[in-house]
Design a protein around this ligand. Sequence first.
Ligand SMILES: [Zn+2]
Length: 147
Amino acid sequence: MFRTSKKKSRRSLIDWSLFAIGKGESRDAKVAREEREFSKAREIARCVAYKRAGGCCQRCGTRLVLQPSKARHEFEIAHAHEEPPRSKGGDPTNPRDIVILCFKCHDQVTTKKLAVVFVDPVLKADGRVEFVPKESRWREQSAGLGT
Ligand SMILES: [Zn+2]
């Protein structure tokens, strides 16, 4: 009366070949995968840096949100400033190379009115971060030496 294990042959709804990595992966697929992995790593580093900063701008202390969709105003969005920049050997997937800033402070840094100075060159953004006016380079250099 009761049949045991009435198995149906089900075909997978997922095309697993799309996830193929290694030998069978085309060059384009490899580039696309690496870009996805880089984006993901960058996003994780941004989240870690945001948590480390306590959700606030590391210069002025303004409370910020990570998700633009949760911001009531664009000034509330956390900006992840890469210091040093990639062109100077910075790694945007390393939270130590990311400083969380509000829109206004980020603007001051990107327009080069302010310089970001890491007091500890090893800890970088994990340690104390100072912002000095671009004119006073002697302070930037002395802070860079850890004095
Ligand atoms: Zn700020």
